[in-house]
Ligand binder design. Structure first.
Ligand SMILES: *[C@@H]1O[C@H](CO)[C@@H](O)[C@H](O)[C@H]1NC(C)=O
Length: 244
């Protein structure tokens, strides 16, 4: 009797674990009128995804499976080309390869960040301009419960970027907008230790306020947590739209 109960309990727990640890699908749609090259990088302690970088033509969608208990980020490279066998991108390059293979992105880059299934009952996700901006984006969770709002930065911040933050391509056009932290590296902009690593000692700057005004539903600097972070319980997928 006791043993059957233990076995039954084990089966129930196993079924529960399997249902909890399903992971989630991320679909990336390129609504821009130009080709982009999405990339991803897992945070320390999470495995790299099966696809860490690929080309995505205008109006195309591609899906990536994200395992349970994963945290990491996506971004999109722009202006990539192959010159004499060397692949490189105008923005958000991850080191001369289409597949980023665990490498991170060059700044400035808009980030789409996820923590999936590691908080117990909910995921968190956000669009971040903390390392600057290079492309408009949004994240829409699908099939989950809870708040599950759209995280987004739909504005083209490149067009409004203050002159001292502009990041230009080889033809002189503004292809990215650096954050004040990226441009100036000052502890008060980067919320760095020892004097500025708390929300109270790292208030918004006039630069972060510029980003916040352009995109109120995205992180404008490191301690923008109240506005920037979104939560959702057990969505089946996340739709990332570039140029939403
Ligand atoms: C922020 O303030 C500094 C000086 O305090 C000024 O030089 C800079 O232009 C301002 N930037 C923005 C985006 O308002």
């Amino acid at each position: 009797m006791a043993i059957t109960r233990v076995v039954a309990l084990c089966l129930v727990s196993f079924a529960f674990l399997v249902s909890v640890m399903e992971g989630v699908q991320v679909t990336i749609t390129n609504n821009c009128d130009y080709t982009v090259w999405p990339g991803s990088q897992a945070n320390q302690g999470s495995p790299q995804l099966s696809k860490t970088g690929f080309e995505l033509a205008s109006k195309k969608t591609e899906s990536v499976d994200v395992p349970a208990a994963w945290s990491g980020k996506f971004w999109a490279r722009t202006g990539c080309s192959n010159n004499n066998g060397v692949f490189s991108c105008a923005t958000a390059d991850c080191g001369n390869h289409v597949e980023c293979g665990g490498a991170g992105e060059a700044t400035p880059a808009s980030l789409m960040e996820f923590t999936v299934d590691t908080n117990g009952d909910h995921d968190t996700y956000d669009v971040s301009n903390v390392d600057g901006f290079n492309i408009p984006s949004s994240i829409t969770p699908q099939g989950g419960t809870g708040t599950c709002k759209i995280a987004s930065c739909p504005a083209n911040i490149n067009a409004a970027c203050p002159s001292d933050l502009q990041f230009k391509g080889s033809d002189g056009s503004v292809v990215g907008c650096k954050s004040a932290c990226v441009q100036y590296g000052k502890p008060e902009y980067c919320c760095a230790a020892p004097d500025h690593n708390t929300p109270a000692t790292c208030p918004p700057s006039n630069y972060s306020q510029f980003f916040s005004k352009q995109c109120p539903n995205a992180y404008s600097y490191a301690y923008d947590d109240n506005k920037g972070t979104f939560t959702c319980s057990k969505p089946t997928s996340y739709a990332i739209k570039l140029c939403p």
